[in-house]
Design a protein around this ligand. Structure first.
Ligand code: FDA
Length: 403
């Protein structure tokens, strides 16, 4: 008798999960611990690639302040149940159980002290303990519902049948890391709606003439309040060779649409006109550019003054009205980005499988028993700062308890 090759799949499992990323591995461990037989399939050559590259290699694995308000979705209530049943404290307890050292960087963002790999190792150890099998380099060729319930998948490693099928294949960001539209295709195949997708948590690009004016600035950063429509974020902005990035820009990109204006308060918390007036009283002989260097780097001062055609003179030479006008001009920078860097560099995908189709308690598709969607493939997108992983853990856990 021929020995089965190492790659042969079990013919049948209780739970089949497509995608060995954050949500899929959490779901596998949770379901496996309940005694379900679990198989996770991924087309990539290794699991958790996005976890490995996240947080600059240190994985910002959750946020201390995670709340439903930190998520975008056509139905803002959808994420509440799962987030309440598997909280940031649950994941932190798991991280502590594995002795993984971590720290808060800023704004409740928790990062590994060492490497993101600590989190992937944790998830794989959890899967092993739960006897969940994980296979990589496996292409899913077709998915079909079986008469009488369950699903049958044809894959590059053979056919497999399951009672519950969980789609955890993520969004479209960073195609070079293996992102595919697989989850959306499956949703469409089974008649589910997709909320239109777009790149989010992504740098802005600018027009060529603006970039020429900014040619000395790439690498310069400053604290700003970035706002667009109803969104406003108080964080750092960074000039790049293509345009603007940094946490404030990534955050506001989730609110931005083609052609819209973004406003940057360049001195958040300071009333610049009033501040300049006060500086004139205290330092009448000091040049404008010198006092502004208390707030911005010299390069930025030069750029902002040039941009508005403002000549730097000793402060006493400006009348009160003129100084107020200068302060107002310098305080706010409004611009219409030419676009974004797109999925090539975006951290997440906004939109996705419409949550109207999905039970917020179990992540099961209401019209297709046994079919589940979890993680980023759903129309639930977090802010920058560990929220997207918390959604992956929470939705993965919710489905893992139900499959
Ligand atoms: P995820 O993308 O993690 O996993 C999907 C899996 O499905 C992948 O392993 C993929 O190979 C597999 N797959 C796709 N198509 C398939 C197919 N057709 N067949 C089989 N398998 C398939 N978030 C955060 O909270 N903190 C952070 O620090 C960061 N940092 C960060 C940096 C960068 C550069 C990016 C791109 C993203 C982040 N994120 C983040 C976002 C975070 O990585 C993301 O939201 C989660 O990984 C989503 O988890 P999922 O499990 O849903 O998808």
């Amino acid at each position: 008798m021929n020995k089965p090759s190492a790659n042969t799949l079990p013919g049948r499992v209780d739970v089949l999960i497509v995608g060995a990323g954050a949500a899929g591995l959490m779901c596998a461990a949770t379901a496996g611990r309940r005694g379900r037989s679990v198989l996770v399939l991924d087309r990539a050559n290794k699991v958790g690639k996005k976890i490995l590259m996240s947080g600059g290699g240190r994985c910002n694995f959750t946020n201390l302040y995670t709340a439903p308000e930190n998520f975008y979705s056509r139905n803002p209530h959808f994420c509440k149940s799962a987030l309440a049943r598997y909280t940031q404290w649950d994941f932190i307890a798991l991280v502590e159980q594995y002795g993984i050292p971590y720290h808060e960087k800023t704004l409740g963002q928790l990062f590994c002290d060492n490497k993101s790999k600590d989190i992937v190792d944790l998830l794989l150890a959890e899967c092993r303990a739960a006897r969940a099998q994980v296979r990589t380099r496996c292409e899913i060729e077709s998915v079909a519902a079986r008469d009488g319930g369950g699903y049958r998948l044809q894959t590059s490693l053979g056919a497999v049948e399951c009672e519950s099928l969980v789609i955890a294949s993520g969004g479209l960001s960073i195609p070079t890391m293996g992102a595919t539209g697989f989850g959306y295709d499956i949703a469409r195949q089974f008649g589910l709606d997709i909320v239109p997708t777009r790149a989010a948590l992504v740098p802005f690009t600018q027009h060529k003439d603006e970039l020429e004016q900014q040619q000395d600035l790439p690498g310069s950063a400053l604290a700003v309040t970035a706002s667009c429509d109803e969104g406003a974020f108080n964080e750092q902005m960074l000039f790049t060779h293509r345009g603007l990035s940094g946490p404030a820009v990534l955050q506001i990109s989730s609110h931005w649409r083609e052609g819209r204006m973004v406003a940057f308060d360049l001195a958040p918390g300071t009333d610049l006109p009033e501040w300049l007036k006060q500086q004139r009283t205290e330092k009448p002989d000091t040049h404008l550019h010198s006092v502004l260097a208390d707030i911005w780097s010299k390069k930025l001062v030069r750029f902002f003054l040039q941009k508005h055609g403002i000549e730097s003179r000793p402060l006493k030479q400006y009348g009160e009205k003129a100084l107020m006008e200068i302060g107002e001009k310098l305080q706010t920078w409004k611009l219409v980005p030419s676009g974004t860097e797109g999925y090539r560099t975006a951290e997440v995908t906004l939109g996705g499988v419409d949550t109207d189709n999905i039970s917020s308690r179990t992540m099961e598709c209401k019209s297709r028993p046994g079919l589940y969607f979890i993680g980023e493939v759903l129309d639930v997108t977090g802010w920058l700062g560990g929220y997207n992983f918390q959604w992956a853990w929470a939705s993965g856990h919710a489905a893992g308890e139900a499959v």
